[in-house]
Design a binder for this molecule. Structure first.
Ligand code: AHR
Length: 372
């Protein structure tokens, strides 16, 4: 599987990308010369699973980047939410002698041994999305993903500022956490905990994991409503799919979602904002604020690989720029560590679904456009 030819640096082309804090262009290898059977850079990608819309977009970003057209052969393995599956996949990649191993790790701990095996085999490891917690940081070459601690801080501060502006002295919050031990869960949970410790207007009533899935979040929300009922003012969902499940539970049990917590509505806060559907939820005030998490990491990983191919040393850590979206302008920006982060009010969403009918004709449905 090892690639056989040296790629021609002069034939690289530039790909414009958005969002990475450290660079804005990536290079792709030329595959126009040599034997097509063995000229590709072989990338083994261990994706952690398919638990959310975000994850599907992330997988798609990797698959559409690491194509043969771009000079790559991608070996994709779905870990199905289990670290043991991911470890097996990495060992398989090592046996296959891939050129690069890319991992989206399900949780942070427990990677030292297998990453040492990859290092001993001389295969560079690039981490995407979540981080690993290892003794020796030379076990991975680079990481690209989101600043989950910042995301959590932005969400916590947005809630605080919202309550202050509305003159609400106390709000009870339940947290539907993500997969326990995942970087996204740790950063977002800590952000809320810190905000509740700092601000007397925020009370953390309960924390329970929804595993980043719609179904589990719906189940746990039903239990929380039975336990706490009217006491709940805000539900902090650690991703959009959890928010969708939570909203279903709240509405089916007879409560209303929305920003008007003084009048008994339950306010939903969420993370991701990947699909137009989630912005549509904001427009309708079913979700009041979403902190963006950007899944389009494929081109950034390719950029790292091309730097290594060219003998350069990529940045160890590359953060993706992310924003915030809200239903209204009650909070126009939040300040974290002296930096102001603007909040974009969602005023218009076009949700388009495309499907082919029996004759293969594509039907486009506009679900919502400029509704208000
Ligand atoms: O690690 C990123 C998180 O994982 C996304 O917020 C979530 O949707 C996904 O499952």
């Amino acid at each position: 599987m090892k690639k056989q030819i040296i790629l021609l640096a002069s034939a690289f082309c530039c790909l414009v990308m958005a969002g990475c804090g450290n660079r804005t262009t990536a290079e792709t290898p030329s595959n126009t010369q040599g034997d097509p059977a063995n000229q590709y850079i072989v990338v083994g990608f261990s994706q952690l699973g398919a638990e959310s819309d975000w994850r599907s977009e992330n997988t798609e970003s990797m698959k559409s980047t690491f194509t043969q057209e771009n000079g790559f052969e991608l070996i994709f393995e779905d870990g199905q939410q289990k670290q043991s599956n991911q470890i097996m996949a990495i060992r398989k990649f090592i046996q296959q002698e891939v050129d690069y191993i890319v991992i989206a790790p399900v949780i942070e701990t427990g990677w030292d041994t297998v990453l040492q095996e990859a290092k001993d085999a001389g295969i560079p490891v690039i981490l995407v999305d979540r981080m690993v917690d290892v003794e020796d940081e030379s076990l991975y070459t680079a990481w690209v993903g989101s600043d989950f601690a910042l995301e959590g801080d932005m969400a916590g501060e947005w809630i605080n500022r919202f309550l202050q502006t509305k003159g609400i002295e106390n709000a009870n919050i339940v947290n539907i956490q993500g997969t326990l031990g995942a970087s996204a869960q740790i950063g977002r949970t800590n952000g809320l905990r810190d905000a509740c410790m700092k601000n007397s207007n925020m009370t953390l009533l309960a924390e329970v994991t929804g595993d980043f899935t719609q179904m589990k979040a719906m189940e746990v929300m039903e239990s929380l409503l039975k336990q706490y009922g009217d006491q709940i003012d805000i539900v902090y969902c650690e991703n959009d799919n959890e928010a969708f499940g939570v909203i279903e539970a709240i509405e089916s049990m007879g409560w209303s979602v929305g920003s008007n917590i003084a009048d008994g509505e339950i306010m939903i806060i969420s993370f991701d904002g990947v699909k137009a559907e989630s912005k549509y939820y904001i427009l309708e005030d079913k979700i009041s604020c979403i902190i963006e998490c950007n899944p389009l990491q494929g081109p950034l990983v390719m950029d790292i690989i091309m730097q290594i191919e060219n003998g350069k040393t990529p940045n160890k850590l590359s953060y993706i720029d992310e924003g915030m979206f809200a239903h209204d302008n009650t909070v126009s920006s939040v300040e974290i560590d002296g930096i102001s982060h603007p909040v974009t009010v969602v005023t218009e969403v076009t949700v388009v679904t495309q499907e082919a009918d029996n004759d293969g004709i594509t039907i486009t449905t506009i679900v919502g456009n400029n509704i208000k």
